[in-house]
Design a protein around this ligand. Sequence first.
Ligand code: FE2
Ligand code: FE2
Length: 180
Amino acid sequence: MTEGNDEKSAQKLARRHLRIMHACEKGATGVYWGHRLVASLLFRDLIPQLTEMHGHEVEHFAVFGGLMRARGVRPVVVPTLWCAGGIAYGVLTALGGRRAVWRSTAVIEGIVERELTEAARFFKGRDREVHRAIEVILQDELAHKTQGEANSPGEQAVDKFVTPLAKAGAQASKTFAERL
Ligand SMILES: [Fe+2]
Ligand SMILES: [Fe+2]
């Protein structure tokens, strides 16, 4: 009886992890879309790097989507909402300048790294395919974080606006994914 309950709660947790990662990847595609939109007007030199990272997020979203379909896990209701939220956030932060784009990237990707590390720990020994996919995706996210940090060294005034906004945005993305 207890074992059955443990198994049920583990399955519930697995679905929750997948749904959150999937929705947040959709949010990330929106953030980079928003950053690219503003960059195309104000700082075009950032476009190659932003486009590459955007491409990774699109791939990550597809990978989690495939894993969920194969396991019969439903996605969040209307993932496009995460994309829309990401775009609004991405445009707003990018209007703070190129430093804001990179600081936002560093903060958000740091949060993503922690989230994926926790998920990888959960899936290790439970689901080899999901675990492996997270490990591969983590490498991209770490590279994104490193790029963000390298391009926004030290502290500047704009960080006071970007850092709390990035944390709140990432938290909102996760909270809604848990409920919808
Ligand atoms: Fe990603
Ligand atoms: Fe990323």
